[in-house]
Write a protein that binds this ligand. Structure first.
Ligand code: AHG
Ligand code: MN
Ligand code: MN
Length: 339
């Protein structure tokens, strides 16, 4: 594969996608167009995020989403922008979103023939919107299984192993788009002066070992014993604790620096908090493509068979050695009753 740089040596995301398409001789170009739709929607959301303090877009709406969580205005805005872009782009047959109870079907002449479905967390880290902390968007793409133009919930309830592409956008100190189509993970930074995502992080790899652990330790008393013992151990080693409360931001930092992100089950939430389809699977696909590991504490996330759209699952993701170590702690203390 050859990447032809533009005149100034920069490879834009659009150029990268076109070059990559040549690697898949039978590809129809639909997936490439879909990735470009995501790029366009991400730029639009980024524009609003950047001026969020100046316009009437901060704060909560008076509605709750399907998870019973208060929707922020930017949650709704991001969901609308991505939905509209996909509807106009016609590259997906339907979309399931964390913000919608049911999946949405696109029924125009072009999208009726589309072979893909998309799942997304349009705005991750909602609690950080009002305080200028990094937030994100997570997406996951599958080939639909139903024949012809049919579409059913089972098209969205596929195991993460069947993803054909996944990625995230992080609206941070700079805005980045990171994605995989199963041939490594690449990251693109938005250059605001030209309005283009430019290749900045080629072939991203999780360091096998790391020194950062990311978990909401305020819930310590509600964790299972094995996890508590693991946390006691990492503290005795004086490892670094970093937790922002935006999964995308915590994941992204750990991918670059080496670390583990944990959202475990707790006494009151035996399935944890994060959603398998919108958050865990896409980041698990990226993690594995980057040499990392994603687990529910026992089993591989990408092998889980989803039962419902908004299903939650405990989540351990990051550097290989770190995830394997905490899994060993959970295994060894499995039968112990918490004190
Ligand atoms: P979302 O904003 O999409 O609902 O996701 C929030 C998630 C995740 O991004 C973050 O890591 C976690 O919730 C934080 O939860 P706690 O506040 O319980 O730590
Ligand atoms: Mn989220
Ligand atoms: Mn969200």
């Amino acid at each position: 594969m050859r990447y032809l740089p533009t005149m100034n040596g920069v490879i834009t995301l659009s150029e990268f996608i076109i070059n990559r398409q040549a690697d898949f001789p039978f590809a129809s170009g639909e997936l490439s167009s879909l990735l470009r739709d995501i790029e366009i929607a991400a730029k639009r959301v980024n524009r609003e995020v950047n001026k969020a303090g100046l316009v009437e877009i901060l704060g909560a709406t008076d509605v709750e989403n399907v998870q019973g969580e208060t929707q922020q205005k930017l949650d709704v805005y991001a969901n609308d922008v991505f939905m509209q872009t996909f509807q106009n782009g016609s590259e997906v047959r339907g979309v399931a979103s964390e913000e919608n109870e049911e999946f949405v079907v696109f029924d125009n002449d072009v999208s009726r023939n589309s072979k893909y479905v998309l799942l997304m967390d349009p705005l991750d880290g909602s609690s950080n919107i009002d305080v200028n902390v990094s937030i994100g968007t997570i997406f996951s793409i599958y080939r639909k299984l139903s024949p012809g133009d049919e579409l059913s919930e089972s098209d969205f309830l596929q195991s993460g192993d069947r993803q054909v592409a996944a990625g995230y956008v992080i609206y941070g100190s700079s805005t980045m788009l990171v994605y995989t189509t199963g041939a490594g993970v690449n990251g693109f930074t938005l250059d605001p002066s030209i309005g283009e995502f430019c290749l900045s992080h080629r072939n991203m790899r999780f360091p096998e070992q790391g020194n950062i652990y990311s978990i909401n330790e305020g819930n310590y008393e509600a964790f299972e014993l094995g996890l508590r013992r693991y946390l006691d151990e990492v503290k005795s080693r004086q490892m670094t604790s970093r937790y922002i409360g935006s999964l995308v931001a915590d994941f992204h930092r750990n991918l670059i620096k080496g670390g583990i992100y944990i959202y475990p089950k707790t006494l009151s939430a035996p399935e944890g908090k994060l959603r398998l389809l919108y958050e865990c699977n896409p980041l698990a696909y990226i993690a594995e493509e980057a040499g990392g590991v994603a687990s529910d504490g026992k089993n591989r996330i990408l092998s889980a068979e989803p039962k419902e759209l908004h299903q939650r699952i405990p989540y351990y993701v990051g550097s290989k050695d770190m995830v394997e170590e905490v899994e060993a702690y959970l295994r060894e203390n499995e039968d112990s009753v918490p004190d």
